[in-house]
Design a protein around this ligand. Sequence first.
Ligand code: ADP
Ligand code: ZN
Ligand code: MG
Length: 516
Amino acid sequence: MKKWYAALAAVSLAAAAGGIIITFTDGGFESAGGLVSRLLIVASLVGFAIAAIARPAARKAEAVGKGRGGVSDRFRSACTFKDVAANDQALQSLMELKDYLETPEKYARYGARMPRGVLLYGPPGTGKTLLARALAGEAGVPFFALSGSDFVEKFVGVGASRVRELFRKARRAGRCVIFIDEIDAMGKRRDEASSDERDQTLNALLSEMSGFYTGDGVIVIAATNRLDALDPALLRPGRFDRQIEVDLPGREQRLSILRLHSKNKPMASDVSLDEIAAQTISFSGASLECLLNEAAILAAKRGQGDITRQDLQCAFYKTIAGSDRPMAATPEERRIIAVHESGHALASLLLAPENRLARVSILPAGRGAAGYNLCIPAERVMLGKKEIENQICVLLAGRAAEQVVNGSEALTAGASSDIARATELAAAMAMDLGMAGEPAVSLKALNRCCGSGGNSADASRKILADMYARTCSLLEAHIEALESLWKALVESESLSGDQARAIVDRALSNERQQSA
Ligand code: ADP
Ligand code: ZN
Ligand code: MG
């Protein structure tokens, strides 16, 4: 890969085939691995401590599916779509598949090609396993479950044969759902930490998957919280070509999850689920379930009366304190993060609308990351100078928004990875691409051949200064749009691309009216 392309790939985080552009705000927290690894896709991030709490429950559910020695066993899934709250989009997709599982002949007759594999990706505890089980339960077909790490870590040398065995059993069962959890353990990008064992296992999976026909009524569902780490081969058409994001719930969704899980629990009249939903920013479905359970245990220990507000508050702090950093930002911090993220979102909508903004969020996205923007880039073969410059502006727009809204004395550490990436791009423009004023000169080649060829650091600096000034004026010119965006973000924590676009469009047409 050419270096400039590598720099772009880093920026656009060409995660999987789609390539998702993510800009995120570092919280400025130093975590065990230094600042947030840029390759951690945002969707994969969540408070790990909370995930750890959620783990035992999930493990138990999965263990049911395993016979002795970890070999997968079929079992009937007792849960249905009714047991899943909040994940509306994912449910929608799975409902189509339910019909297919029930009557595969119908689809075969019309020559429809059903997705062979469905990939659920998102932070731990968001209900991926639950969704897969619910699909099997709804369709009344057997459920085969195995975890990617079972294939690779536990059974060195037998990964590939495990895969074949699993599919053989499933095939005998006829219509069924095969669930492979933690598929990243077997499907890691082959260049990074590659091993023969893993490659063989992955190849076995791919070839088993291509052996199915639409009439078979078999669906393979895989789950991962590291979409970025997956081997692109897994995501090609005919493999896991349907990818469904299962994200952390927003406030409304948390409320519906809390409602669902409190149905079987006696709640005292002073309990407000709405209040808990507002408090539990960044909680996954699993951690919400866990919170209610903690509260129920407290009430049961007391042995009289229902679950009170007090029980829930105790459980809440217990859950939070169990994590290694406070999950909830202060209101002022939330405002600052919202300003920063709105800057990225606005610049991206104005300068690069072809990259589809999918989500803006101030939900903490894992160790140290405090918010994020998610963009699906347009497919293109070549990037032009304009696009690279716009990309730099979008990256710098978080910092620019901080300065424009809060003043240059109030900058935060949150922009550190943005400006590092913008700098890499500017350096690529100057050194490799002949885009720093001298269109026919590669400073890098000059340095190599002549020992000196002018100062590429200065050239990069100039690009960055120009782009930063341009971004600041852009945001200043549309300050009303910026303000509506960040206020909406503070209010609802997370906006879909469409919501963000609507807000910006409204503000822009206001601006036009005022100037007319
Ligand atoms: P994942 O596989 O994404 O890590 P799980 O499916 O194992 O998450 O979720 C663990 C538990 O959390 C579920 O069994 C369920 O009790 C609860 N849970 C998570 N998400 C939801 C949801 N959207 N609706 C209802 N319960 C949920
Ligand atoms: Zn940023
Ligand atoms: Mg799971």
